[in-house]
Every structure is written in structure tokens, then in C-alpha cells.
Design a binder for this molecule. Structure first.
Ligand code: BES
Ligand code: ZN
Ligand code: MN
Length: 524
């Protein structure tokens, strides 16, 4: 009897514990330090020195060490080994330096240097040496990006380069590189330590987003996303509320229920709340599409490439990551993070084309294609945000194939009803280096969605699918300043560039968090 009881006790204790802690795979520790010593004394395995354009580093970055290094550096320049963006030229056993390898890297025109260039440079170097027996790298910060901005950019670039998308490969994949030292940025100081911590928070959150987008749907269910949200709330000081299927139905979230009803894994609505330290009149709501797999439902997608639809929760991942940053960096505005999480599956209980549902807003919607599920779940999330008195709304979603046709995997589509919010968002994206392109949502795009014979709205139809989808969502913002980001092309680009592994990008994570800081800093 006692055994049975203790077994039951063990099961109830152990099961929720293991179930509440899905691992975040693909992350590896990296120590990042400030190294205030002069160039000649830097004793990391590699010392990286950025070179701007055609400058002669002997007369700039390498003055002092110049006489001994002249022959080697002149050979690099004579062979044009530094021609081309991020070209790298090693000088082994450089005379007069403590390091075993001096690595010159083409950083482009000095006047064009931005934090994003520095991020890419740091990342590209770390990616280039990742399979080598290199334990420590020192990167010399030089050029127009200085101080905390340089330290933060280098930290972010290095950690983004660190993410390993081989989540389910067996064997130890821990890289040998253990320490990055940032040189040329002065001595260690509280401000420098803080810049490293902030950079780490931003990059870790983006890497977290990449990891759960990469995580396949047999692991990443709506409830698994909710479990990550609970952990993030606990670790970052946020409030969390998870609504289950019965609660969603009772609340009237007909869009989420309709999409979720075909799947064995039930839907969730994740709500994370951050309260500003001082009372704020601004409440930013971030809503991310969390479709943990999109088969298309009864309007089934073609089989080829369907596996990529495990990434259809990339908007939700970006919101969870952004909320983690927001909890840790504490902007001056309130923020609500919303992730409607569902699996879009065909089955005997799945919704059908032609069905009509009533969402939280009270509007009725006729389903044209069960594959237009993103707008169905986001509409309820937007209504909920409006009911919660959000003053600014941003939704982010892998919403349409149409945006991929229009913008490829370079820019995310941006749609908005409010120029001031777009301005704040664009300034935020300027700092994070992420690319967004504003697209039209004239009323002319609303023709088909207003054309249902029996319901208030049609869910799809017409040409310009990305704009039509945005137009549908706009109705649920009810005039509140709102931005819709379509990341269908950018959340999983064909390449992430030389500074990040291919696979999910974690796009929008950092910019959404940055927006909260921008809104908090603006005079109100
Ligand atoms: N998740 C897809 C959009 C998508 C396409 C994401 C390609 C990533 C890559 C979305 O749910 C979808 O199926 N959209 C349809 C909408 C249509 C039925 C109105 C589309 O774009 O075809
Ligand atoms: Zn989808
Ligand atoms: Mn779909």
C-alpha cells in the first residue's frame, strides 16, 4: 500500500516537473570578457583585427607592432587577401604579438560601420573557426561603433553565431571555443559588464526562438510552447496565464477553437504580462502566431515541403523571446505577450471550408480555406489585447506565401494603420539591424473579405494575399495603433549569412523587445 502511494506520489511529482521543463536545445555556454591589455599582450589563441576598406593596418590598428609585422601584412595586402566583405587573412605566429594567430578581417568602409556590421563580423569569425582547436578569441573593437554599443554588438553577434541547429544529432557537439575577449574597448567596467549582459539577453532570446522553431512538432506542441512560457515567466519576472481549450471556448475565442478542433493536441492561449516599474499609460501588446504545425487542415497543403510547416509558430517564438528580453531589461511601458498556439490538422473533428465561426469580437467569419488559419487565431488574440486595454498592437506571423513571393527571404512584410507606430518600429529595427518593408493595406484590398453572403467577414479571397490577410487582421485592431509583420519568408531563410547557422532565424525577437524600449523612451 505504502509502495503504491509513494509510486503515485513519485509519478505526480516527477511527471509535471519533467513535463514543465522542455529543454532548450542548441545553446552552448560562452564566456565573454573585457580584455583591456594592449594588442601585443593579447594572448588569446586568435586575435581578430577588423580592417576598413583599403586602409593599411600597419599605420592604423597595428601601429606599435608595425616593424615586426610589416612583411606579413604587406604580403596580405599585396595578394589582396582582404578584398571582399568579411574576407579573412590569418597571420600565424605573428612576430611581436603574444597570440598564435592574428586574423585580419575586412570590415567594409569605415564610414558605413554599424552595430549590425559588427554583429556580423563577430559572428562570421566565430563560425569560421568553430571546428578548429581554438579555445579563446580576442576581438579588437575599433572604428565608429564604440563603447557599450560595440561591446553589445560583438556579444550579440558571437552568441548568435553559437547557436547549433542540430538539435537532435547525437554525440557531444560542445564547441571547443570557450572564451571571447573584447579588446580595444577600454578596461573592464560596470558599463562594459552591463553591455555584455544586455547583449547576452537579446541573443539568448533570439537563439531560444530559433531553437523552438527548429524543434519538430512531435516535441513542440501547443502545451510545450505553454511550458516554455511558464519557464520564461519564472526566470524573467513576468506574470503568466495559460488558457486551455475549455476556457477558450467559454471565453468565446471561436477562431482559436475552430482551428484547434481537428488536432489531438489541444490549443492554448499563452498570456505573458510585464508591468513597468513606474505607472505607464502605454500598454504594448505583442501577438505571435503559434501554429505548431500547419497541414492546411481539410484544405490540405501539398506534401512536398510540408515538413517546413513545423516552423509556423515562428511568430509566437519571437513573442516569447521578446517577452523574455522585456522581463530582463525592464522597459518603461507595460507589455502583454500573447501566443495563440494550435496545431492545424485534418481529422473527423476538423473544421471545414464553408464553416462559420464567431470570434471573441462578436464578428462572424466564413471559412474559405482552412489553410488561412493564422488570421483566425490572431484575430481572437488581437481582440483580447484590445479588451485588455492595449494602446499599441503588434502581431507577428508566418501568415502568407504571398509575402514570400513579394519580398523573398530578405525583408519581412510590415502593414500598419498608424504612421507614428511605424516610425517607432522602424527606429527600433534600425538598431537591431533587422529588415522590414512596409506594404499597402488600402481599403481596395478588403473587397473580398467583406463579400461573404452569410457572415460578417470572409476569411480569404482575392489577389495580393499578404495585404488581404493584413486587411482581415486590421479589423480586429478596432482602430488601435497596430502593426502586422508577415515573417513567412524571413523566419526560415535559405541562408542566414556567414554569421549564423542556416535554419530558423529568430527574426523579430530583438526588434519587438527594442520597440518596447523605444516606446518607453519616447516623450508622452
Ligand atoms: N503558414 C502558411 C503561410 C506560409 C507559407 C508560411 C509559406 C511559410 C511559408 C499560412 O497558414 C497559409 O497557409 N497561408 C495561405 C493563405 C491562403 C489560404 C489565403 C497561403 O499563403 O497560401
Ligand atoms: Zn499557417
Ligand atoms: Mn495555413
Amino acid at each position: 500500500m505504502f509502495r503504491l502511494v509513494s509510486l503515485a506520489l513519485l509519478l505526480t511529482l516527477a511527471w509535471p516537473l519533467s513535463a514543465q521543463e522542455p529543454p532548450v536545445r542548441g545553446l552552448f555556454p560562452l564566456a565573454i570578457e573585457i580584455d583591456g591589455r594592449p594588442l601585443a599582450q593579447l594572448d588569446s589563441d586568435i586575435v581578430v583585427v577588423p580592417v576598413f576598406g583599403t586602409e593599411d593596418p600597419l599605420t592604423t590598428a597595428l601601429t606599435g607592432a608595425a616593424p615586426e609585422l610589416a612583411a606579413a601584412v604587406n604580403a596580405v595586402r599585396a595578394q589582396q587577401a582582404l578584398a571582399g566583405d568579411l574576407a579573412m587573412a590569418p597571420i600565424y605566429a605573428p612576430r611581436g604579438l603574444a597570440t598564435a594567430r592574428l586574423l585580419l578581417v575586412q570590415a567594409g568602409a569605415e564610414t558605413a560601420m554599424t552595430p549590425e556590421h559588427l554583429r556580423r563580423l563577430a559572428g562570421a569569425v566565430l563560425r569560421a573557426v568553430r571546428t578548429q582547436d581554438v579555445r579563446s578569441v580576442a576581438l579588437v573593437a575599433r572604428g565608429p561603433v564604440t563603447g557599450a554599443a560595440a561591446i553589445r554588438a560583438i556579444t550579440e553577434g558571437a552568441l548568435l553565431a553559437r547557436f547549433d541547429p542540430g538539435l537532435h544529432k547525437t554525440g557531444d557537439r560542445t564547441p571547443r571555443l570557450a572564451t571571447l575577449r573584447i579588446a580595444g574597448a577600454g578596461a573592464a567596467s560596470p558599463a562594459a559588464t552591463d553591455a555584455i549582459a544586455v547583449g547576452r539577453t537579446y541573443a539568448d532570446a533570439q537563439n531560444f526562438a530559433r531553437s523552438i522553431v527548429q524543434e519538430p512538432s512531435n516535441y513542440m506542441t501547443p502545451e510545450h510552447m505553454a511550458q516554455h512560457a511558464r519557464r520564461i515567466a519564472r526566470e524573467s519576472g513576468l506574470e503568466v496565464e495559460i488558457f486551455d481549450e475549455a476556457q477558450l471556448a467559454a471565453m468565446g475565442m471561436g477562431g482559436i477553437i475552430a482551428v484547434g478542433q481537428g488536432a489531438a493536441a489541444p490549443p492554448r492561449l499563452i498570456v505573458l504580462r510585464y508591468r513597468a516599474p513606474q505607472a505607464s499609460a502605454t500598454t504594448l501588446a505583442l501577438a505571435g502566431k503559434g501554429v505548431t504545425f500547419d497541414t492546411g487542415g481539410i484544405s490540405l497543403k501539398p506534401g512536398a515541403g510540408m515538413y517546413q510547416m513545423k516552423g509556423d509558430m515562428a511568430g509566437g517564438a519571437a513573442v516569447l523571446g521578446a517577452m523574455e528580453i522585456i522581463g530582463r531589461t525592464r522597459p518603461a511601458v507595460n507589455v502583454i505577450g500573447l501566443v495563440p498556439a494550435v496545431m492545424n490538422m485534418p481529422s473527423g473533428t476538423a473544421q471545414r471550408p464553408g464553416d462559420v465561426w464567431t470570434g471573441l469580437s462578436g464578428r462572424t467569419v466564413e471559412v474559405m480555406s482552412t489553410d488561412a488559419e493564422g488570421r483566425m487565431i490572431l484575430s481572437d488574440a488581437l481582440t483580447y489585447a484590445v479588451q485588455q486595454k492595449a494602446t499599441h498592437l503588434v502581431d507577428v506571423a508566418t501568415l502568407t506565401g504571398s509575402i514570400v513571393t513579394a519580398l523573398g527571404d530578405v525583408h519581412s512584410g510590415l502593414f500598419s494603420n498608424n504612421d507614428a507606430l511605424v516610425d517607432a518600429f522602424t527606429r527600433s529595427a534600425g538598431r537591431t539591424g533587422e529588415r522590414f518593408w512596409r506594404m499597402p493595406i488600402d481599403d481596395a484590398y478588403a473587397g473580398t473579405i467583406r463579400g461573404s453572403l452569410l457572415a460578417d467577414l470572409n476569411e480569404t479571397g482575392g489577389l495580393g494575399g499578404a495585404s488581404v490577410g493584413a486587411k482581415f487582421l486590421e479589423a480586429f485592431a478596432e482602430g488601435t495603433p497596430w502593426i502586422h509583420l508577415d515573417i513567412a519568408g524571413t523566419s526560415w531563410p535559405s541562408s542566414n549569412g556567414p554569421h549564423m547557422a542556416n535554419g530558423p532565424s529568430g527574426v523579430a525577437t530583438r526588434t519587438l523587445a527594442e520597440l518596447a524600449h523605444t516606446l518607453g523612451a519616447a516623450p508622452r
